[in-house]
Write a protein that binds this ligand. Structure first.
Ligand code: RP5
Length: 219
């Protein structure tokens, strides 16, 4: 029997799928992960490299939508859920099955372990919505990318949810010039950083660069 905590989410997703809400007010990107223990990898933080949350919220001016019926002011938004493929298959199914009706344009799905089935099952159920898989660990790569012919998934390298977010926005940017501009600006900022660091390394010399950029105990 499905517990109330799961069933209420399943019901909510189906109710949202029935609502007639303008596309501009629904989340554009759905992020799902197999466990909240995946959050440091999927969002960033807790000693992990920056994740999808930083890419979207910090670099590309998206807002996280936490109430489907009350969109944030930001035009572009994402939502976040935990859906375990093996412990809550009903929730995984409902999330993927309703995604298109709820106005999502692309899903980022991450899972860890050797049987990281959430991304590929989500891709199968949500089809034709595109799904970008994130193997949360190295040992998850084969199970995330190993889809049979005719059942597509796009995937990033282990742990690189930041890139999954960029890929999702690249997809959206084909319809939204504003997002294309944000992506170009972000790439420009990366170039600017490399240029500045290169000049400092060249002009300060290696010892001077270490003294300025590195922690003293790293030198
Ligand atoms: C964790 O369990 C993994 O990080 C994975 O995402 C999560 C969910 O696995 P299942 O509950 O689907 O087996 O080890």
């Amino acid at each position: 029997m499905t517990p109330d905590s799961v069933q209420s989410l399943v019901d909510q997703l189906h109710e949202e799928g029935e609502m007639d809400i303008p596309d501009a007010e629904t989340p554009d990107i759905g992020i799902v992960m197999g466990s909240d223990s995946d959050l440091p990898t999927m969002a960033g933080g807790k000693g992990k490299r920056p994740g999808a949350y930083e890419a979207l919220a910090t670099e590309l001016d998206f807002a996280e939508q936490t109430d489907y019926t009350d969109a944030p002011d930001a035009r572009f938004t994402f939502e976040t859920f935990v859906c375990s493929a093996h412990r809550t298959p009903d929730l995984m199914y409902a999330d993927a099955e309703t995604a298109e009706a709820r106005g999502l344009d692309v899903i980022i799905a991450g899972a860890g372990g050797k049987s990281a089935d959430l991304p590929n099952m989500t891709a199968s159920i949500a089809y034709p919505l595109p799904v970008i898989g994130v193997p949360v660990q190295e040992k998850s790569v084969d199970s995330v990318i190993g889809m049979p012919q005719g059942a597509p998934i796009t995937a990033v390298d282990a742990g690189k949810s930041f890139n999954a977010a960029l890929t999702a926005v690249q997809m959206l940017s084909r319809e939204h010039d504003e997002l294309r501009d944000r992506l170009v600006d972000y790439h420009q900022s990366l170039q600017t950083e490399v240029g500045a660091v290169s000049r400092d390394l060249h002009e300060l010399g290696t010892p001077g660069f270490k003294a300025q950029y590195w922690d003293t105990d790293e030198q």
